[in-house]
Design a binder for this molecule. Structure first.
Ligand code: ADP
Ligand code: MG
Length: 304
């Protein structure tokens, strides 16, 4: 497994307050990594250390196995949490400027801007001043600014905050497309909705410490509670003591949807064997917890 970025035992204090405590994460190349945690957990602080805005008190950051330098940072695509564009500058001029300071030739900047402006269908924004745009529109421009130089690593700090659901979906689609095109993406969020669809790997940070990380699917498996959802015809009575009904709903006449829980781990086939003696199974699936369920159980709810 190849890692594009690693943080090793990062600790950061602000005065007496420890904002990051021994945080190590590894970002797999070509994957989408979700940096999750409630407000104030330390996500932005970690991102600012990765982008060299802050220096860590201890610990190191590695980019492609080498200690992170300013040159690496220039190559990273970064959408900061504080959205800041030059309010009086026109959209087109500003994006050309931002592309140029990343070292791109003018022709290349223009070509990439054409691609994004067509994609977002915003050709008529070119000559508008930033402060004539809504917050969401400005955020779209800043998203373009962060990916204009086709970075191999893209870090997006709370990319969905400030977007309505339609625009949040447009950005989600683009994040998936960037991965498809070979980029690695790290994004932070304190809301779990986007995590299921987007992330391959996650880390959960709470109160300055990493409390969980790994592949999203593995983490779900690790937190499973042996809950199954079945649709069946006929009454499900007299199950053995290990398996009990959590709830049951009538779908139609003799057709039911039942949620079962097994007190111990049971293979799908063993459970099916128990069930097919009693009812006709129409559908059968294990219900793994959502990342939101896991977040709440590990962190104890979302603090706004
Ligand atoms: P998150 O992005 O997970 O919401 P942050 O990394 O922004 O969290 O903040 C983590 C904690 O560190 C918060 O308690 C915040 O107030 C504190 N903090 C962040 N930046 C600074 C700073 N420059 N000076 C003092 N405290 C800070
Ligand atoms: Mg933050």
């Amino acid at each position: 497994m190849e890692h594009i970025l690693q943080t090793a035992s990062i600790t950061k204090n602000f005065g007496d307050f420890r904002a990051l405590d021994d945080v190590s994460i590894s970002i797999e190349k070509g994957k989408i990594f979700g940096l999750l945690g409630p407000n104030g957990a330390g996500k932005t602080t970690l991102i600012r250390i990765i982008t060299k805005i802050y220096a860590a008190d201890s610990g190191k950051v590695f980019f492609n196995g080498k200690e992170l330098t300013e040159d690496h940072v220039l190559k990273i695509g970064y959408l900061p949490e504080e959205r800041g564009l030059y309010k009086k500058m026109k959209v087109g001029e500003q994006l050309i400027y931002l592309g140029r300071i990343k070292g791109m030739p003018l022709d290349h900047v223009k070509e990439r801007l054409k691609y994004w402006f067509q994609k977002f269908d915003i050709m008529d924004w070119w000559n508008k001043k930033i402060d004539e745009l809504s917050k969401g529109m400005q955020q779209k421009i800043q998203f373009i600014a962060s990916v204009i130089h086709q970075p191999s690593l893209i870090i997006l700090d709370e990319p969905f905050t400030g977007f309505d659901p339609i625009n949040a979906n447009i950005i989600k689609k683009e994040i998936l497309q960037l991965k498809e095109d070979g980029a690695t993406i790290i994004f932070s969020t304190h809301r779990m909705e986007s995590v299921e669809e987007l992330c391959d790997n996650i880390a959960l940070i709470n109160k300055s410490k990493k409390i969980l990380d790994g592949a999203k699917q593995q983490i779900k498996e690790d937190h499973k509670e042996n809950i199954f959802e079945i649709e069946h015809r006929g009454d499900l009575n007299g199950l053995n003591g290990f398996v009990h009904v959590l709830n049951t709903k009538t779908i139609h006449d003799d057709l039911y949807q039942t949620t079962l829980q097994s007190a111990t781990q049971i293979s799908h086939n063993d459970l099916l064997r128990l069930l097919i003696d009693k009812v006709e199974i129409m559908s059968f699936a294990e219900k793994l917890p959502s990342i939101n369920d896991i977040f709440i159980s590990r962190v104890g709810g979302i603090r706004e």
